[in-house]
Design a binder for this molecule. Structure first.
Ligand code: SIN
Length: 275
């Protein structure tokens, strides 16, 4: 296997491996690369829905997403799609999947099934590099903080998506979510310190209101999104991306109006997070 960085601080492209048939030691190297770089990209993969599910189970389990439509014949696969006449896409803002769960999903395995002629890239940002680059006084300010995360404002009946043309295709509008996590976590496998707040699901710091929390949340978001911290993937048929939700944020570009895009996503089970 060969590992080539996608950007100075984020992402790695892995060649010389078939995800559907990788050995246990290849699987271990893939896991370590994703934990470390935040996202790994694999090209020219033959990866059927059965392979996708088998890979997710082999990694350590699948957390079925409560909101996205599911693939008819494979209910562990969430369908991330946008029709030609839709304006809004799923995941079109910086976020990390499922941070609103007390045991958030470890990561996601996203497979390109139908791509627009151009556009529809996905970007990631590395939260270890984001934390490292913070000034010492900011680190001291956030090291002991905890934050509250929820998805209710995004997915509920009158939530953000319901006000768009994406609302009707989603499920789970009645669910209630809420979780408290440290603002700075240690990666369960690498031990690296990571910034663990995100613009989509982090509402407030514990002990502060939303209004009191917003200035610091905005400051952390701006500090996290430096150019060297980010990588960008141009999808091609056969591309698979696997990312770590603790190490990275991601953002799906919505720049292909009038075209169809369909991706299949499996969300991998994770573990409780600690400072
Ligand atoms: C997501 O999982 O947030 C969507 C990513 C994408 O469609 O590129």
């Amino acid at each position: 296997m060969e590992f080539t960085r996608m950007a100075p601080e984020c992402g790695v492209e892995v060649s010389g491996v078939s995800l559907a048939n990788c050995s246990d030691s290849e699987m271990e190297s893939i896991k370590q690369a994703i934990y470390e770089h935040g996202v790994a990209v694999f090209r020219e993969q033959e990866f059927s829905p059965e392979d996708h599910i088998k890979f997710g189970r082999r990694w350590g389990g699948i957390d079925v997403n409560n909101y996205f439509p599911l693939q008819d014949d494979f209910n562990e696969i969430a369908v991330v799609k946008k029709d030609p006449d839709q304006q809004t896409n799923i995941g079109g803002a910086w976020h990390t999947d499922h941070s609103y769960d007390q045991i958030p999903a470890m990561g996601s395995v996203l497979v390109a099934r139908h791509l627009p002629p151009q556009g529809g890239d996905t970007m990631w940002a590395h939260m270890g590099a984001a934390y490292d680059a913070l000034p010492d006084d900011m680190k001291a300010r956030i090291d002991e903080l905890e934050a509250f995360h929820t998805a209710d404002h995004v997915y509920k009946e009158d939530g953000l998506y319901a006000q768009t043309d994406m609302g009707k295709s989603l499920r789970g509008q009645n669910l209630k979510t809420g979780a408290v996590h440290p603002v700075v976590i240690r990666h369960p496998h690498t031990g690296r310190k990571l910034l663990y707040v995100n613009t989509a699901f982090t509402i407030n710091f514990v002990g502060q209101t939303r209004e009191e929390s917003l200035p610091l949340l905005t400051e952390l978001t701006n500090a996290a999104l430096t150019e060297t911290n980010q990588c960008r993937l141009q999808w091609k048929p056969g591309t698979v991306a696997i990312w770590d939700n603790r190490t990275s944020w991601h953002n799906a570009m919505n720049d292909y109006q009038g075209h169809y895009r369909e991706m299949h996503r499996i969300t991998l089970s994770g573990e409780a997070l600690a400072a």
